[in-house]
Design a protein around this ligand. Structure first.
Ligand code: ZN
Length: 253
């Protein structure tokens, strides 16, 4: 069984299309949320996510866009994020807003106790797994052997063997083309793994990120794929969204 794992698409249609074109054969899609927000193609991306099916958990932006956000949570967003919340809420079709509002809160377990999928962390759907302590807390909060999470927009991971925690990071051959990095999973280890962000990477690499989990061979492969950045940026500017949201795509920050 092979699962295509995508997260943080953020309404970036060219990036999602590039990911789907580059992905090897897979049996199912596991979508870790934040389908909309920041980017200029929320409806097209939601339509595509619906078509892909599989397992989808909600992200904080999906909640915000479908009106499912607390007032103080909204006020805590930065100016650009708030602007894109308002814009997306206005443009999204009723049907798509409803679909987003019904997405389950993670963790969801698509393979029994083996795998948990969540947007942020098993500690909380909006918690971030950036650092060692966050990873340790994530392992403590879940019994799953492999935890897939998004939210940070960093393509990274950790393995745990006993009390020994090891950070993991893909090593790619290039910084421009399609690239992949295989991580064989050891049966004695547990893992927290982030596929990276499809539509707004923040780990210094502008290329769209995703991962494939091969359950049969116990391997996770991290991928980066270039996409038509200019198209995504043009649509953001044409929609009247903040210029920074277009600039940051090029920087991968
Ligand atoms: Zn996100």
């Amino acid at each position: 069984m092979r699962a295509l794992i995508i997260s943080d698409i953020h309404a970036n249609l060219p990036a999602l299309e590039a990911v789907l074109a580059a992905a090897p054969e897979y049996d199912v899609v596991w979508n870790l949320g934040d389908i909309v927000g920041y980017g200029a193609n929320p409806d097209e991306v939601v339509d595509l996510a619906k078509k892909l099916g599989g397992m989808v958990v909600r992200g904080n932006h999906d909640r915000a866009r479908s009106g499912n956000i607390k007032p103080d949570e909204y006020l805590n967003l930065n100016r650009d994020a708030r602007c894109s919340v308002d814009w997306t809420q206005e443009i999204l079709t009723k049907g798509n807003a409803k679909w987003l509002s019904r997405l389950p809160r993670g963790p969801v377990r698509p393979l029994g106790h083996k795998v948990a999928c969540v947007h942020g962390s098993p500690c909380g759907e909006d918690e971030y797994v950036f650092f060692r302590e966050d990873a340790r807390a994530a392992f403590r909060a879940s019994r799953a052997r492999i935890i897939f999470c998004g939210h940070t927009h960093w393509q990274v991971g950790w393995s745990l063997n006993g009390r020994e925690l090891t950070p993991l990071k893909p090593e790619f051959q290039s910084s421009e083309g399609l690239d992949q990095f295989e991580l064989p999973l050891r049966s004695e280890n547990r893992y927290v793994l982030n596929p990276g962000s499809v539509g707004q990477p923040r780990d210094g690499d502008w290329r769209a990120a995703f991962a494939v989990y091969d359950d049969t061979h116990s391997v996770v492969t991290w991928y980066r794929v270039p996409y038509t950045l200019l198209m995504a940026q043009t649509w953001i500017l044409r929609a009247g969204l903040p210029e920074f949201l277009a600039d940051r795509l090029r920087m991968g920050r």
